[in-house]
Design a binder for this molecule. Structure first.
Ligand code: SF4
Length: 63
C-alpha cells in the first residue's frame, strides 16, 4: 500500500520540497507547501523521503 504524505503547519515556505519532488509538492496561495497528492505515487518514494529529510522545518510527514 502506498505511503501517505502531508505538509504540516511548520512549513516555512522555502520551496525546497517543490523543487525536489514537484509531482508531490506545490506552493499554495499562502506561499506554503502542500502535498498535491494524498498518497505517494509509485517511484516517488525516494524523492519524497529526500524532501522530508532536507526540509528545514521538519514539516513533511510520511506515514
Ligand atoms: S521543504 Fe519544508 S519548509 Fe520548505 S517549503 Fe517544503 S515543507 Fe515547507
Amino acid at each position: 500500500m502506498a505511503k501517505k504524505v502531508k505538509v504540516t503547519d511548520a512549513c516555512q515556505g522555502c520551496t525546497l520540497c517543490t523543487m525536489t519532488c514537484p509531482s508531490v509538492f506545490a506552493m499554495n496561495a499562502d506561499n506554503l507547501a502542500e502535498a498535491i497528492v494524498a498518497e505517494i505515487p509509485e517511484g516517488e518514494e525516494a524523492a519524497v523521503e529526500e524532501a522530508a529529510a532536507n526540509c528545514p522545518a521538519g514539516a513533511i510527514e510520511i506515514e
